[in-house]
Design a protein around this ligand. Sequence first.
Ligand code: PMT
Length: 402
Amino acid sequence: MNGKRIIFGVTGSIAACKTVFLVRALIKEGAEVQVVMTPFAKEFITPLTLATLSRKPVISEFFSNRDGMWNSHVDLGLWADAMLIAPATASTIGKMANGIADNMLITTYLSCKAPVFIAPAMDLDMFAHQATQQNLDKLRSFGNTIIEPETGELASGLEGKGRMSEPTDIVNILRQFFSINGILCGKKVLITAGPTYEKIDPVRFIGNYSSGKMGFALAEAFAKRGADVTMITGPVSLKTQNTRIKRIDVESADEMYEAAVKHFPKSNYAVLCAAVADYKPENKIAEKIKRENNVAMTIRLVNNRDIAAKLGEMKQPDQILAGFALETKDDIANAKEKLKRKNLDLIVLNSLAEKGTGFGVDTNKVMLIDKHGNKVAVPLKSKTEISDDIVDYLINMKIIWV
Ligand code: PMT
């Protein structure tokens, strides 16, 4: 963490007493720490204590009372390599999730370009409340990392989940974040994941069984090697943890197409794992279709645009483009045809024929077929392990060919 600049946000919780250890540990690691406190945080720990430990005046107000200087949240947001908010109360979490910028900490958060780590601390019922959980989900969907609280004795005397994570664990998470210096550091990766939903009417859609597990595992595999990943995902219930993954949620193939075409030119690698619907209803019906007894109904479908084929056309010589093939018969021949027609460098063939492969499950069994005709069969493994194999293969392809 040597030389890393950390904004350390402190809010009004009894867990603020643990910030003494946190600030000391971060300074010991060589980080430069700027403490920003909410007004309520000062009821639990004095600014003097944190200013002394961080070796910098604490910021809490928009203006400094002493010299009338304006504390610029924008400059602070741009200065940081990371922002940590510990402890984060339910109130601050709610304000962050909804952009209620009524104190210096929230304005700094909204201006911050660096990854943000949030360590909630509150009573068990407050933590379990739907409002808090929805706000945390919202923050996760913005790409923030939530450092889960622990279960144990709480300040109220009750037992449950809500205790702020221990300072040593929080420091470890930051240490891990800063120590990523993998082979793909500085590289940009585009992933598509999950299914697409094609609307029939306001309550019905055409979709498929993709859970997003394969695509999310790939995004994690790239991110843990230091790449900056943009993942465009259809509707799934999975969460992203790694702050190097920027997630774009879409619903339809058209939305996925637009997002992929926009982000592909900046990407060094793209892996298209989404199960994109090949067809969509020709007409979207504004009202819910009513049932009519004994009357058959026909929905006319038209082709969706092919994202992989479009990116294959756009591909530059220094870009690597990989796709997946999901086949039920003549799998190798069909996969090779797709590899060629879509101008891919690699196709990952998986089949629905075998147990433990394809949709929904945590494992997969694939064959990697590259544009030179090389084939590598990867046995049944977890989607995490398969993703590591795919990423290694792509890295080697780039070293050898590009
Ligand atoms: O999400 P999981 O539950 O973990 O399941 C993983 C998976 C089975 C969905 C995944 O491993 C997989 O096989 N994804 C691709 C499924 C698919 O749509 O295959 P395809 O053979 O129809 O398409 C070939 C390639 O073209 C794919 O890279 C696909 O993303 C792409 N494509 C297809 C149609 C389209 N309109 N645009 C595309 O980009």
